[in-house]
Design a protein around this ligand. Structure first.
Ligand code: SAM
Length: 337
């Protein structure tokens, strides 16, 4: 596997690309989107060929992991065709091709994803209770996601569950989630809500739950030990004693782990964001459509963009003022979570 030639100004090796293939989603999670979202028109979204051209550049420069995300990536028409375009790299230049999904389409696509070289999927799931799930997603059915998760497992895909921890909403489900994941042998990561995009009635503060508090409570009930496993990302992991299952915590507001950041994101319009919580960016759609760049040109643009990667995001939570800081004017569904 190549060592990455992409080194940012803070000596971090960039090995991980998260690519959003659509801003559309078949759910409307309250902390992620407003109820009536304006989605992009098709012409503003990169074609598979355009996305592939950019991915090829990243892969050549040593990126060895690509995560396809969205919006909901599996609602993009013919999405498996795009996975198949990347499949030849899997196991050679790409250590991993993977996806983050809400699970609603997994029943339909799990086998095809496995055939395309995907071996692990992250499924976002914030409640195991039918009514609560409906309340959070506004329009979703829990059973569809559970069926999708089962299909993924049956296809041989390893499942990790990502759960956004929300005060007054699902904070009473922390233990049920852990018990379910222990039983099903799914790794589990809790995520703090981040101040991204307008979600209608701005209720982020009332729903912000510090994962420091959650972790302390979990430690009171389960035997956990911290481990130094890292995906190079913002999660910090523990293991349950007597189990293989990892429990992760992503705490952008309580702590930042930007010093080990190894990733960049490209949103559905082809704009690359060097940091989730800053506005540095480069517009690959504009580059691709205005100048017909060669492979080498793309490589040079990627290098320039990486030289502008900020040191850290500016999300934070000021306890003295009880205020969330560092709001970014983009939805996660647009940037790709
Ligand atoms: N539709 C796919 C899914 O549900 O996993 C991929 C896109 S979704 C935007 C990716 C992840 O971002 C999900 O786990 C979602 O819960 C999370 N997310 C969305 N908005 C967020 C926010 N404001 N703060 C924290 N996590 C957020």
């Amino acid at each position: 596997m190549n060592k990455s030639n992409l080194i940012d100004p803070y000596s971090r090796q960039i090995t991980y690309l998260r690519l959003s293939v659509t801003d559309r989603c078949d759910l409307r999670c309250t902390y992620c989107m407003s109820e009536h979202m304006q989605f992009l028109s098709k012409k503003n979204i990169l074609t598979f060929e355009e996305m592939f051209k950019v991915c090829e550049g990243f892969i050549e420069l040593g990126v060895n992991k690509i995560r396809i995300t969205g919006g909901e990536p599996l609602v993009r028409k013919n999405i498996i065709d795009f996975f198949m375009m990347l499949q030849p790299f899997v196991g050679s230049k790409l250590k991993e091709l993977t996806i983050t999904t809400n699970g609603t389409q997994l029943k339909r696509y799990s086998n095809a994803l496995y055939k395309a070289g995907v071996r692990r999927v992250n499924v976002s799931l914030d409640s195991l209770d039918n009514e609560k799930f409906k309340e959070i997603t506004r329009i979703g059915k829990l059973q569809t996601v559970l069926d999708g998760i089962k299909a993924a497992k049956d296809s041989g895909l390893k499942v990790k569950i990502n759960c956004v921890a929300l005060k007054n909403i699902n904070e009473n489900e922390i233990e049920p989630f852990i018990d379910w994941c222990l039983k099903e042998e799914f790794d589990l990561t809790f995520i703090e809500t981040m101040p991204m995009g307008d979600i209608g009635n701005e209720n982020r503060l009332s729903n912000f739950l510090s994962l420091d508090d959650v972790k302390t409570k979990i430690k009171g009930k389960y035997k956990l030990k911290d481990i130094d496993y890292s995906s190079g990302g913002p999660a910090r992991y523990c293991k349950f004693e007597g189990s293989k299952i990892k429990l992760g915590f992503i705490t952008p507001l309580s702590h930042n782990f930007c010093a080990t950041c190894n990733r960049v994101r490209i949103d559905a319009t082809g704009v690359m964001h060097q940091c989730l919580g800053q506005s540095n960016s480069i517009d690959f759609r504009k580059i691709l459509r205005s100048s017909n760049p060669s492979h080498q040109d793309i490589i040079e643009y990627i290098k320039i963009a990486i030289s502008d990667k900020p040191e850290k995001h500016s999300f934070g939570f000021d306890y003295s003022k009880m205020k969330i800081e560092g709001k970014i004017n983009r939805h996660m569904s647009m940037t790709g979570g």
